[in-house]
Write a protein that binds this ligand. Structure first.
Ligand SMILES: [Zn+2]
Length: 120
């Protein structure tokens, strides 16, 4: 069976040293509340206790657990960068936020590991 492809938001926002691409900061291309509401509808696909510390303000940004909407995956800590640093997010991701059309069946299949996924 072909793996279901999910886009990893980190491939769009992190540099090789694991820091956020600085041009993206304070360049938010969205309504933050709308994005945060959308992120809450995602399914959690990992369970780890590690946290990311924000390299900009030093606060704990949140856990490194991944969530998915069936098209993209993002880490829990992204909310800190959205709320406190207005990080610009990929247009393709924002398109999904605007459509607000999550496939909860697909999300459950991914969460339950009933289908194979591939991050790209
Ligand atoms: Zn910060």
């Amino acid at each position: 069976m072909k793996a279901h492809k999910l886009k990893d938001i980190l491939n769009y926002i992190l540099k090789e040293d694991d820091f956020i691409i600085s041009d993206l900061l304070e360049a938010g291309n969205y309504n933050a509340n709308e994005v945060i509401d959308y992120l809450k509808k995602g399914g959690k696909i990992s369970s780890v206790s590690s946290q990311r510390e924000c390299e900009i303000c030093g606060k704990l940004a949140g856990s490194i657990n991944y969530y998915t909407d069936g098209n993209w995956v993002w880490p829990e800590w992204i909310t800190h960068y959205i709320l406190d640093h207005r990080i610009k997010l990929p247009d393709g991701f924002i398109d999904h936020v605007k459509k607000d059309n999550l496939d909860q069946n697909l999300i459950q299949l991914i969460v339950n590991q009933d289908i194979e996924i591939e991050l790209c």
